[in-house]
Design a protein around this ligand. Structure first.
Ligand code: AMP
Length: 634
């Protein structure tokens, strides 16, 4: 372990020297002066004074050597469309998109909200923003109108880029009515909406500010838009993520630090080389999509594969056939997808020639041992679990095979990546835990390049949320439990807060509760995450109804439960739909009125909730048990 240990130690003991060296991986239009500005902890500013541009590093820089290499391979099994773009073609499309945005008034520092399905234009739009120095805020296409409205309200975009529709599992989802509703709900008035017409659904947007993309693209076909040279610490994007409160946080990322960190990760963790092909099966609405569909593979000169569809349509062999057809070298997915694929006919995998594939990366949620063991055996290639968050932007824990091929350990995503000074701490004292002792995973100041620089327009929230929860120490909390072994390998043991993880998607239980509370029948509600064999966790809602609604009538209760589940679809998005809505007459609470969510989750999983000295009325536990057993659900 010496090479890894040496490099990691150097990155922690002397981050300035370490990152000065690593920063050479990207192009700087103007060299930086100070490597790290530590004058205002917990804020860290990397590569101060350096000027660069993410789009230049991802695209323009490669034109000299790889203009004719594919930069993007787009495959949609929803529409049957496949498109290939060389670096030169990608450059052309981004320039067109940037010119269109510029014609609508978008300039450096403006926010552009991208609400798009997995289409090439989503990647063009992100990189066009980067080119112009505009800040993109991508909102996951599966989010419903109120969720979109909350993000419009917080991000205050000057432009929204959307499409007529998305498609999933053969079902067309109209986007325009959702955008219309969100715009009506938000107080912020967005000047323009740019519509990419896929001709899947009629555009039903009443907005007078609607602009069709295609005619403008034609108009600006040959226009070249120069890259804005941004100071390294200017914002590149804002990506919202869930936490303990009902209000999502805008994770703000910088420019230079992000570019350097992604380039480092491509070599040390992903072992991706220019000319390789990488398929990251995520969505651009999530951080994995931002970093490993869009920015990192392109910065490193790879070909990125963007996929619209599910892993099992037209059949469960589709991803393996993609590997064969496009000679994919690196693949990155969430464990849920692998659990789905594990249930498919093994012949589908065997039929594909997977010889190009070097490594499979998995992240986003815990990788269970049976799935890890199965896929490692079935592929007979390294399967690398890696642990990170929207906030970090790139893996905090992994096996850094590009530094040293350390052995994997089942159940652990590996060791801290370079730059991450990670400590497991006791949640009550803040002191470091002993080897093998469970505690909260924390990071020491400074966070390495690539990590969030602050909460969008809310520095105080950044400090109060992330740097103030561990007693006696100003350290960054991941809000994950973990344990470290004698070799430094960390195992993740779930969240310390009320965040749940459904199929690799991070959801705030408070947000789902707020969605349910909007229904007139709901007096009180508690949402918890319960273990699920495929999705890792699913949401389960426990609802106290107003008055006597639904009481005693099972069919009325079932109807109401279904209606409540649909309320979550409408307010949040179907990914958050509770797997079960259970009616109860009382929820377990502390004497001070706090919901005992962990006790409820334990009951839902058939576990003993343990000692609850602060519970107000222990009878509530039995009422929950009874409700779970009596079919008062959907
Ligand atoms: P997100 O911000 O959506 O990427 O979600 C981050 C959260 O997902 C982390 O805080 C963890 O709780 C969980 N997570 C991500 N990757 C892993 C992993 N490899 N193993 C266990 N949990 C993970």
């Amino acid at each position: 372990m010496t090479r890894y240990r040496d490099l990691h130690r150097r990155s922690i003991d002397n981050p300035e020297a370490f990152w000065r060296e690593e920063a050479r991986r990207i192009h700087w239009h103007t060299p930086f002066g100070t490597v790290l500005d530590r004058s205002k902890p917990p804020f860290a500013r990397w590569f101060v004074g350096g000027r660069t541009n993410l789009c230049h590093n991802a695209v323009d820089r490669h034109l000299a050597e790889r203009a004719q290499q594919n930069a993007l391979i787009y495959v949609s099994t929803e529409t049957g469309i496949e498109r290939h773009y060389t670096y030169a073609e990608l450059h052309g499309e981004i320039n067109r998109m940037a010119a269109v945005m510029r014609s609508l008034g978008v300039k450096r520092g403006d926010v552009v909200l991208i609400y798009l399905p997995m289409i090439p234009e989503a990647l063009f739009a992100m990189l066009a923003c980067a080119r112009l120095g505009a800040i993109h805020s991508v909102v996951f296409g599966g989010f419903a109108a109120p969720n979109l409205a909350a993000r419009i309200e917080d991000a205050k975009p000057m432009l929204i880029v959307t499409a007529d529709a998305g498609a999933r599992g053969g079902k067309v989802v109209d986007y325009t009515p959702l955008v219309d509703e969100a715009l009506a709900r938000a107080r912020h008035k967005t000047p323009h909406v740019l519509l990419i017409d896929r001709q899947l659904a009629p555009a039903r947007l009443n907005a007078p500010y609607l602009v069709a993309y295609e005619p403008l693209r034609e108009q600006f076909f040959d226009v070249h838009v120069p890259c804005e040279w941004l100071e390294s610490n200017e914002p590149s994007y804002v990506l919202y993520t869930s936490g303990t409160t009902g209000k999502p946080k805008g994770v703000q990322r910088d420019v230079g630090g992000y570019a350097v960190a992604l380039a480092v990760s491509m070599e040390y963790i992903f072992e991706g080389k220019a000319g390789d092909t990488m398929f990251t099966a995520s969505d651009i609405g999530w951080v994995v999509g931002h970093s490993y569909i869009v920015y990192a593979p392109l910065i490193a000169g790879l070909t990125t594969v963007m996929y619209e569809g599910t892993p099992i349509r037209p059949d469960g062999g589709i991803w393996w056939r993609l590997v064969e057809q496009h000679k994919i070298n690196l693949m990155f997915a969430a464990p849920t997808a692998l659990r789905v694929l594990k249930k498919q006919d093994p012949a589908l995998m065997k039929a594909a020639d997977l010889s190009s594939l070097r490594t499979l990366f998995l992240a986003g949620e815990p990788l269970d041992e049976p799935t890890a063991a199965w896929i490692t055996r079935a592929l007979n290639k390294p399967v690398i679990d890696n642990y990170w968050q929207t906030e970090s932007g790139w893996p905090m824990l992994a096996i850094p095979r590009g530094i040293e091929a350390l052995p994997t350990k089942l159940g652990s995503p590996g060791v801290p990546s370079v730059g991450y000074s990670l400590t497991v701490r006791n949640e009550l004292t803040g002191e470091p835990c002993a080897v093998g002792e469970k505690g909260v995973l924390t990071l020491d100041y400074p966070l390495p390049p690539g990590c969030m620089s602050t909460v969008w327009r809310d520095d105080k929230r950044f400090v109060d949320t992330y740097w103030s929860s561990v007693p006696n120490h100003q350290v960054y909390s991941t809000f994950d439990w973990g344990v470290q072994d004698e070799d430094g390998y960390v195992t993740i043991l779930g969240r310390t807060d009320d965040v749940i993880n459904v199929a690799g998607h991070r959801l705030g239980t408070r947000e789902i509760e707020e969605a349910l509370s909007s229904h007139a029948a709901v007096a009180e509600v508690a949402v918890v995450g319960v273990t699920d064999p495929v999705k890792g966790q699913v949401a389960m809602a426990f609802v106290v109804l107003r008055g006597a609604q639904g009481e005693g009538d099972p069919s009325e209760r079932a109807r109401l439960a279904a209606e409540l589940a649909m309320t979550v679809d409408r307010n949040f998005g179907s990914i958050a739909r509770p797997a079960r809505v259970v009616m109860v007459s009382m929820l377990p609470k502390t004497r001070s009125g706090k919901l005992l969510r962990r006790a409820i989750a334990a009951l839902a999983e058939g576990r003993d909730p343990g000692d609850l000295p602060t519970i107000e009325d222990p009878a509530a536990l039995q009422l929950v048990r009874d409700a779970l057993g009596d079919g008062g659900q959907n």
